[in-house]
Design a protein around this ligand. Structure first.
Ligand SMILES: [Fe+2]
Length: 280
């Protein structure tokens, strides 16, 4: 049985990756944000996961608008950083865990989650920025990674409820695995932000704070938030927060908040970082 050592909720702001890659983390704009990461990096170094399951969305890097899977699981040996228009990020190639990934695919599909199987896939900032946030700039990522993509780019995305249930199914799959890997589940994206139209730059700290509070203590209620509420209260890209519900679903009903950091702004986003462990 794989052991779920914790969950990480983490924004995946591209500018954070650029600040790391270009050595700007000590600049006045960025230093206060990066100072908040030390505690999170110590936590994951102590946990030392064998595998990180990173729930993220592809931003038209691996999937164009021709094919848009709602849920897609990466089964490959490795996943190269995607070229997002300025060349690939100078980060290590992500090493997969095909044995566990295939087990998850079988378990999830037989559990009636119709996952798209992906054997070849570049991974963009949605996945690599949270790795950089948590691990810094290592020569090689210290953990294998299984990418789990969720469509939140093209309407209609899955509901928060479906994402929460997917997380619970993921947990059943991990519990049934023969290996004893330590696993950390990442839910990425968010928090409130809007990149386009009249409300570009929209941020709602009250919504984000309530979301984080209730994600910890009442996830079933958070799972009922409808798309329209995300759009109105968290901006058009705030819907990315449904991916945090996959992470929360993979943890047990009662969790302990190990660490929370928020920062305003990074780029045009209210940035969130949340670490949870199961209550023992
Ligand atoms: Fe995103």
């Amino acid at each position: 049985m794989a052991r779920v050592a914790g969950g990480v909720g983490c924004s995946h702001v591209p500018a954070v990756g650029a600040a790391i890659d270009k050595g700007r983390t000590e600049e006045p704009y960025w230093a206060p944000y990066f100072a908040k990461l030390d505690r999170a990096r110590r936590w994951i170094a102590e946990v030392d996961p064998d595998v990180c399951i990173v729930v993220y969305n592809d931003h038209a890097s691996a999937f164009s608008l021709e094919v848009i899977p709602t849920f897609a699981l990466g089964l490959a040996d490795e996943f190269p950083p995607a070229d997002e228009g300025y060349g690939p990020r100078p980060v290590p190639v992500v090493q997969g865990h095909p044995e566990l990934a295939w087990h998850l695919a079988e378990s999830l599909i037989l559990d009636e989650f119709d996952i798209t199987l992906v054997n070849e896939m570049p991974v963009d900032h949605g996945l690599t920025v949270p790795l950089s946030v948590m691990f810094g700039q290592p020569e090689a990522w210290p953990s294998a990674v299984i990418p789990l993509c969720v469509n939140v780019v093209q309407y209609p995305p899955p509901t928060g409820h479906r994402c929460y249930r997917l997380g619970q199914a993921l947990r059943r799959a991990l519990d049934a695995y023969e290996g004893d890997e330590r696993v950390v589940v990442f839910g990425t994206g968010g928090m409130s932000h809007q990149l386009q139209s009249e409300r570009a730059g929209f941020i709602n700290v009250d919504f984000d704070t309530a979301f984080l509070d209730h994600l910890v203590d009442d996830p079933e209620a958070v799972a009922t938030i409808p798309h329209l509420d995300y759009l109105r209260d968290a901006g058009s890209e705030g819907i990315e927060l449904v991916m945090w519900l996959v992470m929360r679903g993979a943890l047990g009903p009662r969790v302990r908040e190990v660490y929370r950091a928020t920062h305003l702004p990074t780029s045009n986003t209210h940035n969130g970082l949340l670490i949870l462990e199961e209550e023992s």
